[in-house]
Design a protein around this ligand. Structure first.
Ligand code: GDP
Length: 695
């Protein structure tokens, strides 16, 4: 039957995790005594370590719910504060410091708090016990203590010493029992002395005859009797210099000291049948608690049943009995995300890759044209007066033979395009697009409200893309290598290039015209712009000679206006060039590839198209299909199998609605589980009872 207390203590721990209500409190041993009665010493003797707050003015301000867990197979002794998450504390002086801090955190004006501190001590040297240490009764309120303190402590103790709890009433041998505050308080709630154990401390401080008479006290007879102890740690043992405070087990020293004392006085001989010694006290506590637990099985089961009925009702009414667990919530969310990802993979394929790449390469082609053919309109923006006329160096319609400057220009432009690192550029354009889409999918999924999962998915996606991109850009570069040396165009490719680049240039023209218009508005109208531009033109053509470099303003225009004017000139030139080139491309001259040197726009566009075709095929096969295959598996690893129970819980509880739902389900499941355990215990107990009565 010794398993009962252990089981009940486990059940108590379980109930605490769902915030059990008072009605479910399982019986404990409540320790009361006036200050200096030796209450702490008794508790420390039971635990075997000094761990309670001490100090002259130190009043225990919060109840300590002390759960002792016997771990017969373990060597280590440690404490745990479940509410603090400090983990296992093996240093008992640290437990003492923590308790002191927790006590001191109660403001002095509040006197005491009834919010209990939970402390569990695991050790092979403790019995399974559930004890509650209460603030010591005070007789006289100290000068620096609030006057209400005495009353508040009494009230707090009264709350705890109600049935079915067992009362451990501590009184010191050197104080008259009639004056024992502990016994007086106990008698109020347990007048027939049925659930009170009397402990007489400091037995060594009085004559043996007097000590014996205390143990046999008849004035307040206790059915569970009195136990006499000597809990002071002898000097030189645990409390002395040989040991550090809080280290080393003091049980042996106390037992040795008690044995020496009691065996040296004939009054305590075995024939006297007196209950003395800490180890007897421990045995008694175990026995009494076990009995009390057994007696309360029925009422506790009923209380749990009522709680369960309540939880079941809430589950039914508020959640329509929809089952939910953190795992199922995560699995559903993950499935939902994977489903939307699958939808995305169907909408983003080779065609979309092609569009992205062509757009990117069109921009590159425009840059090359601008730099090499349209007279560098991009450089020199810092100088207010560019010197060359952009129209002068355009590709001429007039053929000048194969070796002409135009052949060299076109070859170098085409090389600039094929050698600009298309492998890396194309790969990163597509990888970035994929990443952007993943972010979009996340923000439209359940994971949007879960920072933890958001980050996990983003990281999964970036790491896959990074790994893939590394090799793919190199391999793609190899695929396009042939174009770096020779490019042959077919008629249809030329025609397609001509059509496409016309559209690109027209779009570019629109952009330049719109920018020009905006600038005009900013500068204060068309007239103003014209004046500034014509001044700049005159400087450029040498009609006006500047004094100095023009920085700081010239011609009656401020520097700011001149720089805007410079931009306007640039845009006007750009618009002129674009219009001219569109006309050229549309002309017969550019209708066939024979005149390719004079239609670089068409040629470069056709080259870009060839590069795009190679790249989109390759990226579709290598980057897209591998990414589409790997991401769902990586998500399973990071958000599925890879998560611990704690992480899954934390994830699900990030959403308050889910948290509430989970709490109800958990409470219900746990109460069902506890109830089943309780039923098992009741049956076990009934069997034991029958066995005892047969014997
Ligand atoms: P509490 O205020 O009720 O927690 O009392 P303590 O456990 O702190 O004990 C008060 C004082 O009594 C301390 O100085 C202890 O060393 C001393 N004391 C406790 N138990 C005994 C005992 O059995 N014998 C002797 N001689 N002193 C004791």
């Amino acid at each position: 039957m010794m398993m009962l207390t252990k089981k009940m203590i486990e059940i108590r721990g379980l109930l605490q995790t769902v915030g059990q209500s008072d009605s479910l409190t399982l019986p404990s041993i409540v320790v009361i005594g006036s200050q200096s009665s030796g209450k702490s010493s008794v508790l420390e003797a039971i635990v075997g370590h000094e761990f309670l707050p001490k100090g002259h003015n130190m009043v225990t301000r919060r109840p300590i719910e002390l759960t002792l867990v016997n771990t017969p197979d373990a060597q280590a002794e440690y404490g745990e504060f479940p509410a603090l998450g400090l983990g296992k504390v093996t240093d008992f002086s640290q437990i003492q410091r923590t308790l002191t801090d927790l006590n001191l955190a109660v403001p002095a004006s509040d006197c005491v708090s009834d919010d209990p501190i939970q402390l569990r001590i695991h050790s092979p040297n403790v019995p399974d016990l559930s004890l509650i240490d209460l603030p010591g009764y005070i007789q006289v309120v100290g000068r620096d203590q609030p006057p209400a303190l005495k009353e508040r402590i009494s009230q707090l103790c009264e709350k705890y010493i109600r049935a079915p709890n067992v009362i451990l009433a501590i009184s010191a041998a050197d104080v008259d029992l009639a004056n024992s505050t502990a016994l007086r308080a106990s008698r109020k709630v347990d007048p027939r002395g049925e659930r009170t154990i009397g402990v007489i401390t400091k037995m060594d401080l009085v004559e043996p005859e007097r000590a014996v008479s205390l143990l046999n006290d008849k004035k307040y007879a206790l059915r569970l009797g009195y136990v006499g102890v000597i809990c002071r740690v002898p000097a030189g043992a645990g409390g002395g210099k040989l040991f550090h405070r809080g280290s080393g087990n003091i049980q042996n020293a106390i037992a040795k000291n008690e044995n020496a004392y009691f065996s040296s006085h004939a009054e305590f001989a075995p024939e006297a049948q007196l209950d003395v010694g800490t180890s007897n006290l421990k045995k008694k506590l175990m026995h009494v608690l076990e009995q009390t637990m057994a007696a309360s099985l029925k009422t506790t089961s009923e209380a749990i049943q009522r709680e369960l009925a309540e939880a079941t009702y809430e589950f039914k009414v508020q959640y329509n009995e929809r089952p939910l667990s953190a795992e199922s919530y995560l699995a559903e969310s993950l499935d939902g995300f994977k489903h939307s990802f699958r939808g995305f993979t169907e909408s983003f394929g080779r065609r979309e890759v092609r569009e992205l790449l062509k757009h990117e390469l069109d921009q590159q082609v425009l840059n090359i044209l601008a730099q090499r053919y349209w007279n560098r309109p991009f450089d020199d923006l810092s100088s207010p007066f560019p010197e060359t006329d952009p129209l002068s160096s355009l590709a001429k319609a007039d053929p000048e033979g194969e070796d002409s400057i135009w052949k060299i220009k076109l070859d170098s432009s085409s090389a600039a395009l094929t050698k600009l690192g298309v492998g890396r550029l194309a790969t990163s354009v597509v990888a970035n697009a994929l990443q952007r889409n993943i972010e979009y999918l996340i923000s439209n999924s359940r994971f949007a409200a879960h920072p933890f999962a958001r980050q996990a998915i983003t990281e999964a996606s970036t790491s896959i893309l990074k790994d893939l991109s590394y090799d793919i850009s190199d391999e793609l570069e190899i695929c396009i290598k042939p174009y770096k040396y020779r490019i042959d165009l077919e008629d249809n490719e030329w025609a397609k290039g001509r059509e496409n680049v016309t559209a690109v240039l027209k779009e570019e023209l629109k952009v330049a015209e719109a920018a020009s218009k905006r600038l005009e508005e900013m500068m204060g109208g068309r007239k103003k712009v014209k004046d500034v531009m014509s001044f700049i033109d005159r400087v450029r053509s040498g009609q006006v000679v500047l004094e100095g470099d023009g920085v700081g303003g010239a011609g009656g225009f401020s520097q700011a206006l001149l720089s805007k004017g410079r931009e306007a000139v640039f845009l006007r030139d750009r618009v002129d060039v674009l219009k001219l080139r569109i006309l050229a491309i549309k002309s017969k001259q550019c209708a066939t590839r024979k005149n390719k040197y004079h239609c670089p726009e068409v040629f470069l566009d056709a080259v870009a198209d060839k590069l795009t075709t190679t790249a989109d095929l390759f990226l579709d096969a290598e980057l897209l299909s591998k990414f589409y295959y790997q991401l769902p598996r990586e998500l399973d690893a990071r958000l599925g199998r890879g998560l611990s129970q704690d992480e899954i819980d934390r994830f699900a509880r990030e959403d308050p609605k889910i948290k509430r739902h989970l709490d109800v389900v958990r409470r219900k499941d746990l109460l069902e589980h506890v109830l089943k355990e309780m039923e098992g215990l009741r049956q076990l107990e009934a069997r034991e009872k029958r066995a005892v009565s047969r014997r």
